[in-house]
Design a protein around this ligand. Structure first.
Ligand code: SF4
Length: 297
C-alpha cells in the first residue's frame, strides 16, 4: 500500500465525446476525497494545475491517463493530434483508464464512423486502436456512461497502489464479473416468465418482449446502484447492454425472437436448458406475480 503523501499525477483527455463520463464522474459521492488523493494536472472541467495548451506541448508525463470518448487519430486538441497526445501520455503513464464504452470499444462513435473511430485498445471486441500494443496497461471501464463508482473504484485502487485484476476485455473483474441481471428486483418475474406489460411499471420482467440485456451483460448496475438508489431496470426500462463491446445494437427496446423464443439466452445457459426451464415455469400460473404492486399507472 502506498503512503498517503504520494499523489499520483493525473491527466484527463477527451476524444470524440458527449462529456457523459465526465458528468457521471461529477456525481461520485466521495469525489472531493478521491480528488485529494491525486494531483490533477489537467481535466476539462475540474480545477487543475495546467491548461490544455500546456498539456499539448507534451513536456511532462503523468502517472495516470484517463481518456474519455472514442479515439479519432486526426482529431486535434490545442493544435496537436490525439494520436500524438495519447502516444506521449500513455507511454509515460503507469495506468491508462478508458472511461466509458467509447474509449473502451469505440461505442456510438465507432458505430457511426468505424473507419475513423475506435477505443484505445479495442474496436468492438477486436484488439485495435492506438494502444493495441499496450493493452495490458489499459483498464477498460465500459458503460454509457461509466458508472461513477466504477471510476472511483479504479482510481482509489491506483492511489492505494493495489493491483486491479481484469477480464479478457480489460475490464476489472470486481466490477464486471456479474451480470446486470444480478440483483435486479425483477428476478422472480424472470424465473416464472412473467412479462412486463409496459415500460415504467414495477411489475414483470423486461427480457421477453422489451429487449432487456441484463442476463447477457457484464455489469454491476444492480449491485452498485446509480446515485446509491436506482438502476434502469428498477425504473422499468431495459438494460441496453452498454458495457459490452457490441453496444450499440439496433432496436434497443425489442427482444429478437424466433418462433417466440429469444434469439439470445442468458450467458452460460444452453438454449436447450433455457427452453426446458422456461417451458416448466410457464406451465404454472402464479396469481401473486400477475397482480399490481402499486395503484399507480
Ligand atoms: S428486467 Fe432484465 S435484469 Fe431484470 S430480471 Fe428481467 S431480464 Fe433480468
Amino acid at each position: 500500500m502506498r503512503s498517503r503523501l504520494f499523489k499520483p499525477t493525473l491527466i484527463w483527455l477527451q476524444g470524440v465525446t458527449c462529456n457523459g463520463n465526465t458528468h457521471s464522474f461529477l456525481n461520485l459521492p466521495y469525489l472531493p476525497q478521491l480528488l485529494a488523493r491525486f494531483e490533477i494536472l489537467y481535466h476539462p472541467l475540474l480545477p487543475c494545475s495546467q491548461n490544455l495548451e500546456e498539456i499539448a506541448r507534451c513536456r511532462r508525463g503523468c502517472d495516470v491517463l484517463v481518456f474519455e470518448g472514442a479515439f479519432d487519430p486526426m482529431m486535434e486538441r490545442a493544435g496537436v493530434t490525439l494520436e500524438r497526445l495519447v502516444a506521449y501520455y500513455a507511454e509515460e503513464a503507469g495506468h491508462v483508464i478508458a472511461a466509458g464504452s467509447c474509449a473502451s470499444f469505440g461505442g456510438i462513435f465507432k458505430a457511426a464512423a468505424p473507419e475513423r473511430n475506435s477505443g484505445l485498445a479495442y474496436a468492438g471486441e477486436h484488439p485495435d486502436g492506438p494502444l493495441l500494443g499496450k493493452a495490458g496497461k489499459v483498464i477498460n471501464l465500459s458503460g454509457c456512461p461509466v458508472h461513477p463508482e466504477w471510476l472511483g473504484f479504479a482510481l482509489m485502487n491506483i492511489a492505494e497502489g493495489r493491483p486491479i485484476s481484469v477480464d479478457a476485455l480489460g475490464r476489472p473483474t470486481a466490477l464486471y464479473r456479474h451480470m446486470a441481471h444480478d440483483g435486479c428486483l425483477r428476478n422472480e418475474y424472470f424465473e416464472w416468465k412473467v412479462d412486463a406489460e409496459q415500460f415504467g411499471r414495477k411489475e414483470g420482467c423486461l427480457f421477453y418482449e422489451h429487449g432487456c440485456r441484463g442476463p447477457l451483460t457484464h455489469a454491476s448496475c444492480n449491485r452498485t446502484l446509480w446515485n446509491g438508489v436506482s438502476s434502469k431496470m428498477r425504473v422499468g426500462t431495459p438494460c441496453f447492454g452498454c458495457t459490452e463491446p457490441d453496444f450499440p445494437r439496433r432496436n434497443l427496446f425489442e427482444t429478437k425472437t424466433n418462433m417466440s423464443i429469444p434469439e439470445e439466452v442468458p450467458v452460460g445457459v444452453s438454449k436447450r436448458a433455457y427452453l426446458t426451464m422456461t417451458g416448466i415455469a410457464k406451465s404454472f400460473k402464479i396469481k401473486r406475480l400477475e397482480e399490481r404492486l402499486t395503484d399507480d399507472d
